[in-house]
Structure formats: structure tokens, C-alpha cells
Design a protein around this ligand. Structure first.
Ligand SMILES: *Cc1c(COP(=O)(O)O)cnc(C)c1O
Length: 549
């Protein structure tokens, strides 16, 4: 299949050809386009998880650092991509691929995304985006309304106002969280008398002016690591993302929060923002948002809700109540490439107050002039693609009812899977699903009994052995390539906060069924059954005094 391609002649005529629309349906580029579509459809249907090849081996195909002097034909590069990249990709759409937050995409995204790529609009300013700018504002308005449900007149007034923003689009939850804390920081340490504000004068001058030793953001110990990155780039320092203790359901403890605020103030550190998580990344739990809103109001903190994962739960009539209090947040992050089922690379942050983003606005003379409708003045990123078009399409094609069904389906499936695990002798449910995420581990009845009755030392040793077995199981299953669950470490109270390794299952793919999950468990059992000679199983048998596997 590796026919040696003949060299392409480098000339202006050939270069121009790659910039123009293929002339005829029979042209090489049109044929390639059809081939690629067929090939991708094949990949999406047939693969479970891509062929198992060691990453080190794959690296060999990507080790040449010389930019080719001589161009290659598009057909040759296409062949390379299909052969070396597509075939070695991870099939994120697989129904048994339940370890990550990247789900199957609705198929209409593939043709519609071509419109976005072909038009190649740049949302930084209206001159290069025209209709895409009001479209993006409309999507921000739609999601703002989903969260805050302001009256019609509010949206009539602010949606397209040149001096206001209902939120900001960006590349994902990380940048959305950075944007929220950026605005919060600039408002908390804003202009005051002669002081021009932290935005102009910087962190050091701000601390001096406001008479504090540092600025802190409070979040539960289950907060996403993007907040630490935000603290770093905002000059606050990672240590000032202060992790507050959680209860046994991985929700922030309001009493611990109050105590932390007092302690920080005693040290001269000023907390300026409080982050509530609506759907923790590891366990899908939701902080008590109403209680947090009360504390934020009483303490004068910016209240941000990280709903990157769980935000779309608001679509569900049945489960939206679980996010109660989110409507009191000053800002809310939602990742569109997670539960809005839009391709990778789009998230957004919404602000209750349409003037909040003024605190980070930047204007330049040649671009994004004051009073223009340019979106670039209130975003961290400069040039940005028209991803809003795909969010717009998903919101319309799937609709409120459709999203509600998808959300309900995932939460119900997680509940049934949790019930099933609880009914099994040889598995232990570690965290109950509040949304569509749960954690569990293999833990035979004899081990559970020993953990309940044994002293602290023997419990510790049993858990350590189980941790190694869980790790081995998870890796082996991933290598088999039929199914994928991820793993994380948690510190449940039932084991006196000892760290235990667990399987993590995220159920957002509508193609995942009870049967698929049954097979995941069956495969894990088979792996265990084949591990009789494994040192960790031998150790577990020794610790329990009887063979369990
Ligand atoms: C995924 C996630 C993020 C980060 O979003 P990215 O899109 O990966 O940048 C932040 N917070 C939570 C709770 C998340 O689940």
C-alpha cells in the first residue's frame, strides 16, 4: 500500500490550487473528502478502543523534526493521517468508554463543523465575524437565562449592548474559571481614590493599598486543578487557593469554610472569592450552593460556581433542584464540550451582572474599540473560532427537552448501576452518584468484613493491597481495549480518611446501556479470576487468612 509518491513540483500554481475550491465532483480533493468521511464513519462504528499499540512505538512515527523541504500531495498526507493517527486514536464515542468526560458527539456536528471551518470567522471583532458576533451573544443569553432566568426585558436590554456582556466564550472550563476569578480579583481590588486598581498597578501595589498580605480563593478540596492554574496566572499564588474540608459526600463543609475565612483574615490574607462546585470532576457531587451564597453575601466574596460538568443539569425538570442556589452565583462556568455535546474546544462563563466583565476589559485603537460590539474586549483569548455556532446548533437541534432526557438518562443509569454494584458480593460502591458519576472498587465480602472488624493497622494493609489490585485491574482492562473506566484516589470517612484507589465511571454517553455496564463488571471479574498467582492477590489472601480470588 506504500507506493512511493512522486515529488510535487513547488510552484505558485500548485500552491494556489490548495487554496481554491475543488473544481469538479470528480477532482482529487472531492474524492479525498468522500474517502475521509467514509473512513471516519468506519472508525466511529467499528472501533471499540483503538488498536492497542504502545505509546513509545507510536512516537517513532512522530520523531522527525525536519520540516519537509519538498511538499507532499494532500492524498499522501491523508493516507498518513488515516494510517498513523486515526487508527491510533482513542474512540471517545464508544459506549463502553465510560472513564472520561468526553462523550459521543451527535453526528450532525461533523457536517456542521465544516461550515465553521470553511467560513473561518474570527470572533475577536465584528469585522471578521459579522453575524457570528450576535449569534455568540445570543447563545450567552440563552445559557444566562437557563441559569439566572431574568425577565424578558433584561435580555432585551443587555443581550446586544455594546457596553455590556452576559458572559464570555472561551476554549474550555479552565479558561472560563480563569476569566471568572480574573473579574473577581479586579473588582475586589479595584480603583479606590488615587489607587488605579490592580488591573493597572499590579498585585504588589494592590496588597499595599488594601493593607493585606495576600488574596485568597476558597474552594472545597474536591475543586478542579484549573483553579490552581488560575491563581498562579493571576498572581495570587497556588497556595492561596485554599482547600476547605468536605463531608463524606464530597461537599464543602460550611462550618469548616467559616473557620477557614476567620483563620485567613487573622493572617492578614483577604479572601475575595468563593467557588462552589456543581459536579465535582471525580465524584460528581454538588456543594450546598445556597449555604455558600449566604456565606459569600455575608463575607463580601465573589461567588463563582464551577458548573463545567454539572451545569447542564439545569435542563432537567427532575434534577435541576440539586443545583439550587446556582442562580445566586456572581458567575458560572459551563463547559460546552462536556454535557452540551459540542466538539472539543469550547466553554463559557456567565456573569449575573452584565457590567462585571468591565473589570477586565481591554481596548485597542486598531481593534476592539470602546463602544464597538467586538467580543475580543472581554475575553482572555484574542482570535477565536466560531464555536458558538455549534453550541447554537446543539441547543436548537437537541433542545431543552432533548437535553433534559440526556441528563435524566445519565443520572438514572448511574443510579441503576450503583444499585447493581451494591447488590454484588464482590464489589463495593465507594461514592453514591448524585449526578451521573460514581466510584467503586473490587472488594470481596471477606475483605469488607475484615475492614469492618479489623484494627486500624490491618485495615490499612488491606486497603493498600486492594489499591494495588484496583490499579492493576484498571490498567489491564484498558489494555484489553474493550472497555475503559478511569481511576482516582479518594479519602472516605468510612476508612478514616485513608486514601483508597477507586474506579471512576462517568455516564454521559447516551449509547451506554445497562448491558454495557454489566459487561464492564464481568470483564473485571474475569481479570481477577486470572490473577490467582498475582503477588497482590496472594498478599490479600494472606491478610484475610482465606483465599478470596
Ligand atoms: C472539566 C472541568 C474543568 C476544566 O475544564 P476544561 O474544559 O478541561 O478546561 C473545570 N472544572 C470542572 C468541575 C470540570 O469538570
Amino acid at each position: 500500500m506504500k507506493k512511493k509518491a512522486k515529488a510535487v513540483e513547488v510552484n505558485m500554481e500548485n500552491l494556489l490550487r490548495i487554496f481554491t475550491v475543488p473544481e469538479a465532483p470528480g477532482s482529487t480533493l472531492s474524492r479525498l473528502e468522500n474517502d475521509i468521511s467514509a473512513n471516519l464513519a468506519g472508525f466511529l462504528q467499528e472501533h471499540i478502543v483503538a488498536e492497542e499499540t504502545d505509546l513509545v512505538e507510536i512516537e517513532r512515527d512522530f520523531s522527525d523534526t525536519l520540516i519537509p523541504e519538498q511538499p507532499v500531495y494532500v492524498s499522501e498526507q491523508t493516507e498518513f493521517l488515516l494510517d498513523k493517527v486515526v487508527a491510533q486514536s482513542v474512540h471517545t464515542a464508544s459506549p463502553s468508554f465510560v472513564g472520561h468526560m468526553t462523550s459521543a458527539l451527535p453526528y450532525f456536528m461533523i457536517p456542521l463543523s465544516k461550515i465553521m471551518i470553511a467560513l473561518n470567522q474570527n470572533l475577536v471583532k465584528t469585522e471578521t465575524s459579522k453575524a457570528f458576533t450576535p449569534l455568540e451573544r445570543q447563545v450567552l443569553g440563552m445559557l444566562h437565562r437557563l441559569v439566572y432566568d431574568e425577565p424578558e426585558a433584561f435580555y432585551g436590554q443587555w443581550l446586544h449592548d455594546s457596553y455590556r456582556h452576559l458572559g464570555a466564550f472561551c476554549s474550555g472550563g479552565t479558561v472560563a474559571n480563569i476569566t471568572a476569578l480574573w473579574a473577581a480579583r479586579n473588582r475586589a481590588f479595584g480603583p479606590d481614590g488615587d489607587f488605579p486598581g490592580i488591573m493597572k498597578a499590579g498585585m504588589y501595589a494592590a496588597m499595599r493599598h488594601y493593607g493585606c498580605e495576600g488574596a485568597a480563593v476558597l474552594v472545597s478540596e474536591r475543586g478542579h486543578y484549573s483553579l490552581a492554574k488560575a491563581a498562579d496566572v493571576l498572581g495570587i499564588g497556588r497556595d492561596q487557593i485554599v482547600a476547605v474540608e468536605t463531608d463524606d459526600s464530597n461537599r464543602i463543609r460550611p462550618d469548616a469554610l467559616e473557620a477557614t475565612i476567620t483563620r485567613l483574615r487573622q493572617r492578614g490574607i483577604r479572601p475575595f472569592a468563593l467557588v462552589g462546585v456543581a459536579g465535582t470532576t471525580e465524584t460528581g457531587n454538588i456543594d450546598p450552593l445556597d449555604a455558600l451564597a449566604d456565606i459569600a453575601a455575608a463575607e463580601g466574596l465573589h461567588f463563582h460556581v464551577d458548573g463545567a460538568w454539572g451545569g447542564p443539569t439545569l435542563f432537567s425538570e427532575r434534577y435541576r433542584e440539586r443545583l439550587k442556589g446556582i442562580e445566586r452565583a456572581d458567575s458560572v462556568t459551563i463547559d460546552a464540550h462536556k454535557q452540551l455535546y459540542v466538539p472539543m474546544g469550547v466553554g463559557l462563563v456567565l456573569f449575573r451582572d452584565p457590567a462585571a466583565l468591565k473589570s477586565i476589559e481591554h481596548h485597542a485603537q486598531y481593534i476592539i474599540r470602546e463602544g464597538s460590539k467586538d467580543l475580543g474586549s472581554a475575553t482572555l483569548e484574542g482570535s477565536r473560532p466560531g464555536m458558538a455556532m455549534l453550541v447554537h446548533s446543539a441547543l436548537k437541534i437537541i433542545g431543552k427537552r432533548g437535553y433534559a432526557m440526556l441528563i435524566d438518562n445519565g443520572i438514572d443509569l448511574a443510579r441503576r448501576f450503583a444499585d447493581r454494584i451494591e447488590s454484588l458480593e464482590d464489589f463495593e460502591l465507594v461514592t453514591e452518584p448524585e449526578l451521573n458519576i460514581l466510584t467503586y472498587r473490587w472488594c470481596p465480602a471477606a475483605a469488607r468484613e475484615a475492614l469492618n472488624e479489623g484494627d486500624a493497622d490491618s485495615c490499612r494493609r488491606i486497603n493498600e493491597t486492594l489499591n494495588r489490585i484496583t490499579r492493576h485491574l484498571q490498567k489491564t482492562q484498558r489494555e484489553h481495549g474493550k472497555a475503559f473506566v478511569s481511576r482516582t484516589r479518594l479519602t472516605p470517612e468510612r476508612y478514616h480518611r485513608q486514601a483508597i484507589t477507586v474506579f471512576r465511571v462517568v455516564l454521559a454517553n447516551p449509547l451506554t446501556t445497562d448491558e454495557v455496564l454489566r459487561d464492564v463488571i464481568d470483564e473485571q471479574r474475569q481479570i481477577i479470576a486470572g490473577m490467582g498467582e498475582h503477588e497482590d492477590v496472594i498478599e490479600l489472601n494472606r491478610l484475610l487468612g482465606s483465599p478470596v480470588a
